[in-house]
Design a binder for this molecule. Structure first.
Ligand code: FMN
Length: 431
C-alpha cells in the first residue's frame, strides 16, 4: 500500500522513524533515511549551535529526506491548580535514594534551549521535513517555513488539536495515540483529554480532516498494525519504541534493556507520570516511578528532569528513566520488535543492527562477527560459527556461559521464523 505522502517523500516504506530527543543522532537518523524510511532527529533538547551542526552532519550523511523535530515550550496546564514542590523539597525528599545510589545532586541545572532560536537555525538550514510537538506555532511561522520548501508537521492527541493544526496551515499531522512512548503532546487541557488509542484516533480525525495527510503514532510494532492504520486513514506510521534498542540509538544500555526485558516478577508495565520530568510522560514503571507516585498530586517543579538528572541517568533499571510505549509491554514484544524490524530494514541488516540488545539480548550483535546472514527476498538463512574457539572468545569477552550464548542464537532464529513475512530456510550451528 503506497500513499501520497510516501510518494512525495520518496519512501520505500510508509514508515517514519520517530523523532526521539536523546535517542536519535545524525548517524541513527541518516541510517533510517538511507534505508528508505523517513529518518527523524529529535532536536528539542539541543542548543541552537549543536542543532545546526547536527543538520549539517545529516546533510553530509544522506541525500534522502529527513525530519528535524523540536519541542515547543510546554504549556503550563497544571499551574493554577497546584502549588508545586520546591527545588529544595525535591532535593530533600530524594536524599535517601541518592545515598543508596551513591549520587550527588547535580550542581548545575542545564537550561532548556530557546525554541525560537532553534527555529531560526531550521530556517537557516532547511530540512525536507520539520515536525514539532506540545502545541501550535504562529500561522506566519508555518507559512515562512513552507515558503522555504519545508514540509511542516504538527502533533495532535485529540480531534480539537488536529483541527487547530489544520487551521494553522500545517502540511501533515502526527496523531499521537495513548500508547505512545515519551511525553504526551496534549496542550489544550489536561493530558487525559488526549489519551485516545491510535486505532480510534485515526478514524476519528480522518472523518473530519481529509485535506491534509495524517500520520499514526503509538504502540506500532508490526506490519499488520501499519496496514490497519493506513486502511483507517493514516498515510504514514511513526514508530519510536521499536527503534530504542537499536545499535545506533544514543540511549543507555540500561534503557535499551528495559525496553526488552521483563521485570523480575514477570510483569512489565508502562505508566504515564509527570513526576520524572515535570510533564506527563509514558515510561517504564520501576521503583523510582512507584516511589514518586505520591508526588503526582502535589506537583513537581517544571524543571524536574534537570533537577534529578543524576538519578534519571544513573539510577539503573529500577531508578533510572526509561521512556517507552505500550508496544514494549506486549508479551511477544521481543519477537514482535524483531520481526517488525525485519519489515522495516532488510533481513540481513536486522541481525546486524536490530539485535543489538543488552546483556543476553545483546549477544546476537556481539556475535555478529561469527554469523553469516543470507537473505534473498523473504528467505533468510543464518550460519553461526559455534566452534570451541569462538565460544571461548565470546565467553571471555561477554562473561556468559556457552548455554546462554547458544540459547541466544536460537532465539534469533526462532524470532525470524515467527515472522509471517519471512521464511527462515536454514539455520546451522557449526559445531
Ligand atoms: C524516548 C522517546 C523520546 C521521544 N522524544 C520525542 C521528541 O523529542 N519529539 C517528539 O515529537 N516526539 C517524541 N517522542 C514521541 C515519538 O516521536 C513517537 O511519536 C512515539 O514514540 C510513538 O510511539 P511508540 O513509542 O509507541 O512507537 C518520543 C518518544 C520516546 C519513546
Amino acid at each position: 500500500m503506497s500513499t501520497n505522502l510516501q510518494k512525495l517523500l520518496n519512501l520505500k516504506l510508509p514508515i517514519i522513524q520517530a523523532p526521539m530527543a536523546n535517542v536519535s543522532n545524525p548517524k541513527f537518523t541518516s541510517m533510517a533515511s538511507n534505508f528508505g524510511i523517513l529518518g527523524s532527529h529529535g532536536c528539542g533538547l539541543l542548543q541552537p549551535e549543536q542543532l545546526e551542526k547536527d543538520i549539517m552532519e545529516l546533510k553530509s550523511l544522506t541525500s534522502k529526506p529527513f525530519n528535524i523535530n523540536l519541542q515547543l515550550p510546554r504549556p503550563n496546564l497544571q499551574a493554577e491548580k497546584v502549588k508545586r514542590l520546591s527545588e529544595v523539597e525535591v532535593t530533600e525528599l530524594l536524599t535517601e535514594i541518592r545515598k543508596e545510589l551513591k549520587l550527588t545532586a547535580p550542581k548545575e541545572i542545564r537550561a532548556k534551549p530557546n525554541f525560537f532560536e532553534q527555529l531560526k537555525m531550521i530556517e537557516k538550514n532547511p530540512p525536507k521535513v520539520f515536525s514539532y510537538c506540545f502545541g501550535r506555532i504562529e500561522k506566519d511561522a508555518v507559512k515562512r517555513l513552507k515558503d522555504k520548501g519545508i514540509l511542516v508537521v504538527g502533533t495532535a492527541t485529540n480531534l480539537q488539536e488536529a483541527l487547530d493544526l489544520e487551521e494553522d496551515g500545517v502540511d501533515a499531522i502526527v496523531l499521537q495515540g495513548s500508547e505512545a512512548g515519551g511525553h504526551r503532546s496534549t496542550y489544550i487541557s489536561d493530558y487525559k483529554s488526549g489519551l485516545i488509542g491510535i486505532s480510534t484516533l485515526v478514524p476519528l480525525v480522518y472523518s473530519r480532516i481529509k485535506s491534509i495527510p495524517l500520520i499514526a503514532a503509538g504502540g506500532i510494532t508490526n506490519g499488520n498494525q501499519v496496514r490497519a492504520l493506513l486502511s483507517l486513514g493514516a498515510q504514514l506510521c511513526q514508530i519510536g519504541t521499536l527503534f530504542i534498542p537499536t545499535l545506533e540509538s544514543s540511549i543507555s544500555l540500561t534503557w535499551k534493556e528495559n525496553v526488552l526485558r521483563k521485570s523480575p516478577d514477570g510483569n512489565k508495565n508502562t505508566v504515564i507520570t509527570s513526576t520524572l520530568t515535570g510533564a506527563p510522560c509514558r515510561v517504564l514503571e520501576n521503583k523510582l516511578v512507584r516511589f514518586l507516585a505520591t508526588w503526582e498530586e502535589r506537583g513537581v517543579p517544571r524543571n524536574m528532569a534537570a533537577l534529578i538528572s543524576d538519578v534519571l541517568r544513573n539510577g539503573g533499571h529500577e531508578f533510572g528513566i526509561s521512556m517507552m510505549g505500550q508496544g514494549s509491554e506486549n508479551d511477544a514484544a521481543k519477537a514482535v520488535l524483531r520481526t517488525s524490524a525485519l519489515q522495516l530494514l532488510d533481513a540481513g541488516a536486522v541481525v546486524r543492527r536490530l539485535s543489538s540488545y543488552g546483556n543476553e539480548e545483546q549477544l546476537p550483535y556481539r556475535m555478529k562477527r561469527h554469523q553469516t546472514v543470507h537473505s534473498t527476498g523473504r528467505y533468510v538463512s543464518i550460519l553461526f560459527d559455534s566452534s570451541p574457539k569462538v565460544m571461548k572468545e565470546l565467553h571471555k569477552t561477554l562473561g556468559f556461559d556457552e548455554r546462554v550464548i547458544r540459547r541466544s542464537v536460537v532465539n534469533v532464529a526462532d524470532t525470524l521464523k515467527k515472522s509471517s513475512e519471512l521464511h527462515v530456510t536454514r539455520y546451522n550451528l557449526i559445531q
